[in-house]
Design a protein around this ligand. Structure first.
Ligand SMILES: C[S@@+](CC[C@H](N)C(=O)[O-])C[C@H]1O[C@@H](n2cnc3c(N)ncnc32)[C@H](O)[C@@H]1O
Length: 235
């Protein structure tokens, strides 16, 4: 098993579509994804906690006019998606192996158009709240990375994490505008946003454990609008 992992790590290190420690591009990529990596100006979508990168690959197949970057700390998981992207010649899909807490070292403010968080670890223990990818401090980071008006998506099977996000974190902030929210995506009018893409954890928890898939899409309001909401101004 450990040998298999080593083999995957070695292969990932050689792949041109993976940015990870040890590669020169790892040091220079911040603010340069368009020019240095994708060689185009198309909008960038991130998939956080991408695992095998089902959304990165799946969306890249459908939307060739956009760029996709799957981010995960585990090289043996990125191995899967990066291999498929290479095999299929998806030049609009890339992978970045980092801890999400460090993401601002790799993207400039406003460099990102859209962020998906796909089935993040729920971290149910109270003492792990700060490690949840929807903890308010993480949302502050995503807000800085996104262009104004950029879109956020969270998809999860986990009721605790979903409720925590929409019922605790969102109301604690003034800058969240929820566009879409469903606790049962598969039986909702928003199923088209599923794009027919099922992640490994989605299959595991929906098909095997019978969990409904929850989905929320939101935007961060610009500071000026937050201020006017606070003061009650309308223009
Ligand atoms: C439950 S899995 C979901 C994987 C995939 N999105 C799916 O739906 O099948 C969570 C993933 O998040 C990654 N992860 C968790 N915390 C992370 C962090 N702080 N930085 C980077 N990756 C993280 C793990 O390595 C794991 O691959």
């Amino acid at each position: 098993m450990a040998r298999q992992k080593q083999k995957k790590f070695a292969q990932v290190a050689e792949r041109p579509n993976v940015v990870q420690p040890g590669k020169p591009i790892f040091e220079t990529i911040k603010g340069n994804w368009h020019q240095e990596f994708f060689k185009n100006d198309n909008p960038i979508t991130l998939e956080l906690a991408c695992g095998r990168g089902e959304y990165t690959v799946g969306l890249a197949r459908i939307f060739s006019e956009r760029n996709y970057i799957g981010i995960d700390v585990k090289g043996d998981r990125i191995w899967k998606g990066s291999g498929i992207a290479l095999y299929e010649g998806l030049t609009n899909a890339g992978f970045l192996r980092i801890r999400i807490l460090d993401i601002e070292q790799f993207f400039q403010e406003g460099e990102v158009d859209e962020i998906w968080i796909t089935f993040p670890d729920p971290r149910p223990r109270d003492r792990d709240e700060k490690r949840r990818l929807t903890y308010s401090r993480f949302l502050d980071i995503y807000k800085r990375l996104l262009r104004p008006g950029g879109t956020m998506h969270l998809k999860t099977d986990n009721t605790g994490l979903f409720d925590y996000t929409v019922d605790e974190v969102f109301p604690s902030r003034k800058d969240i505008q929820v566009n879409i929210l469903t606790r049962d995506l598969y039986h909702s009018e928003y199923m088209h946003l599923h794009h027919g893409i099922r992640t490994r954890y989605e299959a595991k928890f929906h098909d095997e454990a019978g969990e409904d898939i929850k989905y929320v899409q939101w935007q961060f309001l610009p500071e000026a609008e937050v201020q006017s909401t606070r003061t009650g101004e309308t223009d």
